[in-house]
Design a protein around this ligand. Structure first.
Ligand code: PLP
Length: 554
């Protein structure tokens, strides 16, 4: 989904497979703040303690793992081998957040002993778009592959002996393990993952290395110019991010850069400048001059020799075959011809079949006005986005009948999780924090029980009648049985079998009467928009899946 969610999934994987004694997870302080914040949220209901400290003495045998970043959040490149060894010595697993583009030049974390490597695929040709959606990646050692969240697709042979792709491993899938599932990951931002992979197909390993070398070289030239002008850098070894020490002068530098048309990242007593493939000499000269520096043509390498990558990557033929526009075009056409897509027929994919996506909705997302905004841009540059978001929240509020809307969670499953945490917090706030039972109909989508257990709730399944509708008699019995412990009920409306259950209001009333809140899974909301509002027929919280009711593809 995104780097922070992938990091949280890695922490959960480490927690269920480690050999250490305790429930502490160490996070290096130089980690992206959004990652630390998601780790904290996901850790609490699982009883995990997040400890933000450098790996070293803090890594004791009550820690089941540690997370490092490579390069670090502030851009430092360092050899992680020793820190990973310290984590292993304490019986823990080592998770590394790594930048894919940097890995084209740097020794990959797997070669340093990392057990799990995660990160974002955004910089492989996917615009910022004010923060997403973007695809994340998740990689682990072979020893852990049976515990990996989600599914692994492998190459097999069909009955005619031809190569065919099939689901090879899905041991943790929610539809099999239900409330015992350890992850609720469902939608995988496939479109964004395909965009990123096509970026790699088009450039190949050499092209990617050139892009990485360009970004690194421009960063080094900028860094050298800053040193020559009397400033000092926080790190000598970096890939694409240069941190300039500013002391008290930070805000001055931020506004000077801003007046020249550049945003720098404010840090504690420092500013950071990051360089990517789009930074040409003209732009580089402009930002350097704005900060009082003069560029040299080239400067020395700044990555330690022992960190230079020697191992090959992207060795599959597909990353080597398409180097002209027509070859690439024909390849894409060949793939598209095999696709069962909306331009041919209805997509036979459960509730996702009910989507309203129009092809024209895909066009605006590539407009620079939408695509080029960085998620951490200063708020005075985000007024357009702010208006769009305010309008969207207002419209979604009207469509759903709810008082407030969050645009934050990145998928239906994450919305379920956030919604259940809200219900949990609400129960706590009114002194009913002991309520932890979540009723879920037997027909529910697998993410529902998985999200409930991740939110620290205990799943109780309630039965359905012969038509697939929630059995109200059984529901009443269960509510009475758990009247002192009921936290929530999750129900999909219209149901996963495509029916508007006529007793929905009744059902919500029964749950409310027993102190529970109703989570209406809004995956099928497009059947309701303009017709009925979950907030009015008894729902307390819902998510909407953008790839089902609104415009992004699955
Ligand atoms: C009923 C239902 N709930 C939840 C989800 C999970 O949504 P997402 O795939 O966006 O995580 C789905 C997705 O298929 C669904 O059909």
């Amino acid at each position: 989904l995104d780097e922070a969610t992938a990091a949280a999934e890695a922490m959960a994987l480490a927690n269920r497979t480690h050999k250490a004694r305790g429930n502490r997870f160490l996070v290096d302080p130089d980690t992206h703040p959004q990652t630390i914040s998601i780790l904290r949220t996901r850790a609490e209901p699982l009883g995990i303690i997040i400890d933000v400290q450098p790996v070293g003495d803090a890594m004791t045998d009550d820690c089941f793992g540690g997370l490092l970043s490579y390069p670090s959040s502030s851009g430092m490149v360092r050899d992680l081998t020793d820190e990973i060894a310290v984590i292993h010595d304490a019986g823990g697993l080592a998770v590394v957040c790594a930048d894919l583009l940097a890995l084209t030049l740097l020794v990959p974390p797997g070669e340093m002993g990392a057990d799990i490597v995660v990160g974002s695929a955004q910089r492989f040709g996917v615009p910022f778009s004010f923060g997403g959606p973007h695809a994340a990646y998740f990689a682990c050692s072979q020893a852990l592959q049976r515990s990996i969240p989600g599914r692994i697709v492998g190459v097999s042979r069909d009955s005619n002996g031809k190569p065919a792709y099939r689901l090879a491993l899905q041991t943790r899938e929610q539809h099999i393990r239900r409330e015992k599932a350890t992850s609720n990951i469902c939608t995988a931002q496939a479109l964004l993952a395909i965009m990123a992979s096509f970026y790699a197909v088009w450039h190949g390993p050499d092209g990617l290395k050139n892009i990485a070398a360009h970004s690194n070289q421009q960063a080094r030239r900028f860094g050298a110019a800053m040193i020559a002008s009397g400033r000092s850098l926080r790190h000598n070894s970096f890939f694409d991010t240069v941190v300039i020490e500013t002391g008290d002068d930070r805000d001055n530098l931020l506004s000077t850069a801003n007046s020249a048309g550049f945003n720098l990242r404010p840090l504690d007593g420092a500013v950071a400048a990051s360089f990517d493939e789009t930074i040409d000499d003209v732009k580089l000269a402009a930002i350097t001059a704005a900060l009082g520096g003069v560029l040299e043509a080239d400067v020395d390498d700044n990555v330690p020799a022992n960190l230079a990558r020697n191992s090959p990557f992207l060795t599959h033929q597909v990353f080597h075959d398409y180097r002209s526009e027509t070859e690439m075009l024909r390849y894409m056409r060949r793939l598209a011809d095999r696709d069962l897509a909306l331009d041919r027929c209805m997509i036979p994919l459960g509730s996702c079949t009910m989507k309203l996506n129009a092809t024209s909705e895909m066009i605006p997302i590539s407009w620079p006005e939408f695509a080029d905004i960085h998620p951490f841009a200063p708020s005075d540059q985000l007024q357009g986005y702010q208006i769009l978001q305010d309008q969207l929240c207002k419209w979604l509020g009207e469509a759903t009948g709810y008082a407030g809307i969050s645009l934050q969670p990145n998928a239906g499953s994450q919305g379920e999780y956030a919604g259940l945490l809200i219900i949990r917090a609400w129960q706590r706030a009114r002194g009913e924090g002991h309520r932890n039972i979540c009723l879920i109909p037997a027909s529910a989508h697998g993410t529902n029980p998985a999200s409930a257990q991740m939110a620290g709730m205990k799943v109780v399944v309630t039965g359905c009648d012969d038509h697939g509708n929630v059995d109200l008699v059984e529901l009443r019995e269960k509510c009475e049985q758990f009247t002192d412990q009921l936290a929530a009920m999750m129900i999909t409306y219209p149901s996963t079998h495509g029916v508007f259950e006529s007793e929905i209001k009744n059902l919500c009333d029964i749950v409310h009467d027993h102190g529970g809140r109703v989570y209406i899974d809004g995956a099928n909301m497009n059947a309701l928009v303009g017709t009925a509002e979950p907030g009015h027929f008894g729902g307390d919280v819902s998510h909407l899946n953008l790839h089902k009711t609104f415009c992004i593809p699955h």
